[in-house]
Ligand binder design. Structure first.
Ligand code: 5CA
Ligand code: ZN
Length: 414
């Protein structure tokens, strides 16, 4: 599927160190590209039923930063992102509003593209709609059935049976808890909260996730290797990541609400399919709250990128406001975030206006500092502070430094 327009990224002399990132699975810092010249990134994409809110934007900006730092470090980056364009929340919203679910998804994907363009987020090389991959996903589910990892649960109300993944069947590269490190009670609670069905009778283990949902009347379905139906959620991302990037990938990314069950189960499926770990590192962004609660389409406390832009915000200021927080922190958006970022941006713009092509040692020091900060677990607040300090200290600005801020932070000054 078409992604979106590629923003220009200046080439800047020098390079960033290879970034280390916090890996949820090991609980520590990891260089997910150690010994390799290529970085493969998969980031879980939107479920397109409502506008891009600041939580989504912050998540995609964090991985945009990772891609930018990898490029600056001289790595070749391959990036895939899915769109969950068939899933219960999307179908429910379409039914509620009396619109066709396909039309709803298409319109929301379009809005997402526009928001990502406005924020100058580097597009994925592969932007993959789940509805285009159903056949491939069904083949993977059929393989899991043949190899004993998938089993049927009697489903009287459907055309065929739902298929589930057996979390207790050993794989070489994964066992339950490897990615999330959570205890069973927490897993059970999160499974119920985030799309799982621990109460469903007939499963081998309450935590077993759905691989294939057999066709029900009134629901979209596809004919496939495992009969008519549609894919479960986690298998989509395992199959798309493996097909498009090859396993193991360097980083599997998304918000911390995906740690369990989504990334845990995606890792389990990948291990059962390919005898490989899904990723060298699992990287998770914190949750952004607004008015005291996690921003969420289902809660409706949305601050959208589009809304801020329509109110006249400079997209660079939205970007700067989000990058001023550490990606992995949970934090709350206040309307003053944008005011402070706008003020900071005006100071940065004024500074950049004096840029010339000459060389200055202190500008080189600032560049090294910015590069070191972003390479250290994407410390964008540290990089922002480095620019602030340079300006406050009267550092002569060079065009290379302006280019570096553009290349790494995605903000074109001046
Ligand atoms: N389609 C699935 C992933 S396969 C999904 O979670 N879609 S989503 O639209 O709900 O979220 C898209 C991305 O934004 C996910 O990575 C999710 O973790 C992240 N996200 C959602 N809400 C927030 C929030 N409040 N703060 C930060 N990130 C968020
Ligand atoms: Zn996903």
């Amino acid at each position: 599927m078409r992604a979106w327009q590629v923003p220009s990224v200046p080439e800047v002399p020098g390079s960033a160190p290879r970034p280390v990132v916090h890996d949820t699975a090991s609980g520590g810092p990891v260089d997910p590209t150690a010994g390799e010249e290529r970085a493969a990134l998969y980031v879980c994409g939107i479920t397109p039923y409502d506008a891009t809110h600041l939580g989504h934007a912050a998540t995609y900006l964090a991985f945009d930063t990772l891609g930018r730092v990898w490029r600056d470090a001289g790595l070749e980056v391959e990036y895939a992102q899915n769109t969950t364009d068939v899933d219960d929340p999307l179908l429910e919203r379409a039914a509620r509003d009396g619109v066709d679910w396909r039309a709803l998804a298409a319109s929301q994907i379009d809005l997402f593209r526009r928001d990502m363009e406005a924020l100058r987020v580097l597009p994925p090389d592969d932007f993959v709609a789940v509805t285009g991959e159903v056949e491939r996903i069904a083949e993977a589910v059929a393989f899991l059935q043949e190899t004993g990892y998938a089993y049927a649960v009697p489903t009287p109300d459907a055309d065929g049976d739902d298929l589930y993944f057996d979390v207790q069947r050993p794989t070489e590269a994964w066992s339950l808890g490897d990615e999330s490190g959570l205890d069973r009670d927490t897993m059970l609670a999160l499974s119920a909260e985030r799309g799982g069905d621990p109460e469903r009778p007939g499963k081998r283990d309450a935590l077993d996730p759905l691989l294939w949902r057999a066709a029900r009347t009134g629901e979209p379905s596809w004919d496939s290797a495992v009969g008519p139906g549609r894919p479960g959620w986690h298998i989509e991302c395992s199959v798309i990541a493996g097909d498009r990037l090859g396993l193991p990938i360097s980083v599997q990314g998304g918000g911390s609400d995906l740690v369990f069950p989504h990334h845990e189960m995606s890792a389990g499926h990948a291990a059962a399919l390919a005898h490989q770990p899904l990723a060298a590192a699992f990287v998770h962004t914190g949750m952004i709250a607004y008015q005291g609660e996690k921003i969420s389409k289902s809660l409706g406390n949305l601050v959208t990128v589009r809304g801020l832009l329509d109110d006249g915000a400079d997209p660079r200021a939205i970007r700067l406001a989000l990058l001023s927080h550490k990606y992995s922190d949970d934090w709350e958006w206040f309307d003053t975030e944008l005011t402070s970022a706008t003020t900071r941006l005006a100071t940065w713009d004024a500074w950049a206006t004096g840029a010339d092509a000459g060389h200055a040692d202190d500008a080189d020091d600032v560049a090294a500092r910015i590069r070191a900060r972003v390479a250290d677990d994407l410390d964008t607040p540290g990089a922002v502070a480095a620019v602030d300090t340079a300006i406050a200290g009267g550092t002569a600005v060079t065009s290379d430094l302006v280019d570096l801020v553009d290349a790494l932070l995605g903000i074109r000054l001046g």
